[in-house]
Design a protein. Structure first.
Length: 324
């Protein structure tokens, strides 16, 4: 592959899960209307040719591991046999890609391949919650985070099962190209606003009779999304849902794995990122549009969430002329 695009290569491993591979192909390999093409996508296999599929549909993969030589991002789209160690050739290819600066990601059980290659030693990682104990047992040097949807460390990333593959792929787009670009892709895929990686993989708390329902949480979230420009508080969220702040906290923890105040802050910062990318408004105006009445507080909160200032973020990710 040769272009000015960011090269993403997925490694197919038999029997390949169709969902994980299709998830990253949809994000990185499909041209979406009115969204600038910034990625080139390819798939390789250790043994090119017919690769059995987990759902009974074989895949025809033309390229071998040498395709990784030019990749900017390498994705292992699952590792079906958890007890199997990757071949020396695959380990060398993964280490070589990482060593020359490529980002390496493992989707769901793909974390086992990254762990076997030593790329997760002493670092946090996640996988499907059913596999977390085995990952920790086989690779004790990995800090397994069972309650996280994905862990993005910059050079290495891992995701939990199934839908979390899409969450991680969109998170990588946000890191590369900004929040607005990722939001456009998500909109074309008919997906809701992004899920933060720290959210819980699944609900550990079953609702009890008489407790506020999931519909209450959905209504509160929808109202908050429509009112991010207002300086609303957690108490306002609770009042809108006609529940106590304590009940609201339980609903957010059970449904989203995050406290209401933390969720609200992240959504405000996400909106600010989009406005910084796609408008010419001043930083002060954007702060007000995102519900921050104090500019210094906005700058501090934005930097804590993104690792940079609003001004620097705009200089990196501003997209003048983007079609609305």
């Amino acid at each position: 592959m040769s272009s000015g695009l960011h090269q993403v290569v997925a490694v197919a491993v038999p029997p390949q899960s169709p969902f994980e591979l299709a998830s990253v192909a949809q994000v990185f390999g499909v041209a979406h209307p009115d969204v600038p093409v910034r990625y080139a996508f390819g798939v390789c296999a250790e043994t090119p040719g017919a690769v059995p599929g987990l759902a009974g549909c074989p895949l025809h993969i033309e390229d071998g591991l040498d395709l990784l030589d030019g990749a900017d991002t390498v994705i292992v789209a699952g590792w079906p046999d958890l007890a199997a160690r990757p071949s020396d050739a695959l380990i060398a290819a993964l280490r070589g890609a990482h060593g020359r600066g490529a980002r390496v990601a493992g989707l769901c059980s793909g974390a086992f391949a990254l762990a076997a290659a030593g790329l997760l030693d002493g670092r946090p990682a996640t996988t499907h919650w059913r596999m977390a104990d085995e990952l920790a047992a086989r690779y004790p040097r990995v800090d397994v985070r069972v309650d996280e949807l994905y862990v993005d460390l910059g050079d290495v990333a891992t995701s939990a099962g199934t839908g979390a593959a899409v969450d991680l792929a969109l998170a990588l787009v946000r890191r590369d190209l900004g929040a607005a670009h990722a939001a456009e892709i998500a909109r074309h895929m008919v997906l809701p606003p992004h899920r933060d990686g720290g959210q819980r993989q699944y609900s550990r708390l079953a609702p009890r009779p008489g407790q506020a329902s999931e519909e209450t949480l959905a209504a509160v979230v929808a109202w908050a999304e429509a009112n991010l420009h207002r300086p609303i508080s957690v108490a306002d969220l609770a009042a809108h849902g006609a529940v106590s702040p304590r009940t609201l906290a339980r609903l957010f923890e059970r449904g989203l794995g995050v406290a209401p105040g933390r969720w609200l802050l992240r959504r405000r910062v996400e909106l600010a990122r989009t406005l910084l990318e796609r408008s010419d408004e001043t930083v002060e105006s954007i702060a007000l549009a995102c519900g921050f009445v104090d500019l210094s507080n906005f700058r501090r909160r934005f930097a804590a969430e993104t690792g940079t200032t609003p001004g620097r973020y705009r200089r990196v990710f501003s997209t003048p002329g983007w079609k609305d």
